[in-house]
Design a protein. Structure first.
Length: 380
């Protein structure tokens, strides 16, 4: 049986379906507690969801503590819907095919021939079609994320890495794929993926700090993403961390962008060695005890700790998640990271609970898919 659509669901039925999607399988007793319904009301509301195939009873019963007998939990069929997520960088489109629960089914990428909007949309469309071909029964929607300001989940107002202004990307990709398309800022998308299906799951309040080509901050409070028009500007990248640090392109000395971006870290070590070096090479050199690399990496690790402390001091999250393609820094410079956190926290305050994400671009692409999943599930 093919599950019915989510969008028409309203009220308690919608809350039931969402609870099961995010945390299922759930017993009926637990589900009734979460949505504040009597057992009779829950049965009445879940029957049409079961009849439509949106919810299913799983085979393994769980103990129902309230009534003292086994109960068949309710779950969704995650593989009933598939989504494509595509993350755009300055030179590559990274794509994933996921299930309804953002489980990655397939991965692919394509190089961008240039930055012309039509050329990029062609690549995104071709990559999406390739991933659609890997789905067992078609794709429900496509999500695209990129560094920049996005309006109405559709139009790219500004994307510095691509040199874009006012590009109707969703319409362009929709014309090439024939599928619903949603566009989002990449940090926003990654934060939502972290919230629903990642390291922030179960935390009503958490902060996501990303380091890589840039520095980003995502914040969830009361189970909702905190956002506004300026959020996509990467404001945390200008936060001062080291008065003796290098300059960023805007002339800020020792700001997060100058201390923590991959380009800045590799440039400092390249100058010291008189040759180009890659990011992982810098980290490997630091581990091996190379003096210039060790100094730069230690300074960056301490700066990252201070940034985490600042995020924790201002937002008091249950958890701080570190992500982005540069996150390996947190492992290599762990002692410096902890020292940086301690330096800017009250001595009696506990250190923040820190979780690390994978540095793979797959995580960013998965974030784009989650934006598509949310649009489908929440009907927004």
């Amino acid at each position: 049986m093919t599950p019915g659509p989510w969008v028409p669901l309203t009220g308690a039925a919608h809350r039931i379906a969402l609870e099961v999607l995010l945390d299922g399988p759930l017993s009926r007793a637990e589900l009734a507690r979460r949505v504040d319904l009597s057992p009779g009301s829950l049965t009445r509301l879940t029957k049409p969801l079961l009849d439509d195939g949106l919810l299913v009873e799983v085979d393994t019963p769980v103990a129902d503590q309230r009534v003292g007998r086994p109960s068949q939990p309710l779950d969704v069929v995650a593989a009933a819907h598939h989504f494509v997520g595509i993350k755009l960088t300055g030179d590559t489109a990274h794509g994933v095919l996921t299930t309804l629960r953002a489980g990655v089914v397939a991965v692919a990428e394509r190089r961008l021939p240039d930055h012309r909007p039509a050329a990029v949309a062609d690549v995104v469309g071709e990559l999406a079609e390739h991933l659609v071909g890997r789905a067992p029964a078609g794709v429900t929607a496509v999500g695209v994320s990129l560094g920049g300001h996005v309006a109405a989940a559709s139009d790219v107002v500004r994307a510095p890495f691509l040199g874009w202004r006012d590009v109707p990307l969703a319409d362009m990709v929709r014309a090439r794929t024939g599928l619903p398309v949603v566009v989002a800022n990449d940090v926003t998308a990654l934060t939502e993926a972290t919230h629903w299906f990642g390291e922030g799951r179960g935390a009503a309040r958490f902060a996501l700090v990303t380091i890589g080509a840039g520095v980003g901050l995502g914040l969830v409070v009361h189970d909702r993403l905190v956002t506004e028009d300026d959020a996509s500007l990467g404001l945390i990248g200008h936060h001062p961390l080291d008065p003796a640090g290098p300059l960023c392109p805007l002339g800020h000395r020792g700001c997060a962008g100058a201390m923590l971006t991959i380009g800045s870290i590799t440039a400092q070590v390249a100058v010291a060695h008189g040759r180009p070096v890659g990011y992982d090479e810098v980290l490997d050199l630091a581990v091996a005890g190379d003096p210039p690399a060790a100094r730069v990496v230690e300074d960056a690790g301490r700066a990252l700790g201070r940034l985490v402390a600042a995020a924790a001091n201002f937002t008091m999250p249950e958890r701080v998640v570190l992500g982005g393609e540069g996150v390996r820094l947190a492992e290599v410079a762990r002692d410096a990271l902890v020292a940086g956190m301690r330096a800017d926290r009250d001595p009696e305050a506990a250190l923040p609970d820190v979780a690390l994400q994978s540095p793979a671009f797959t995580e960013w692409a998965r974030g784009a898919a989650v934006i598509a999943i949310q649009t489908f599930v929440l009907g927004r």
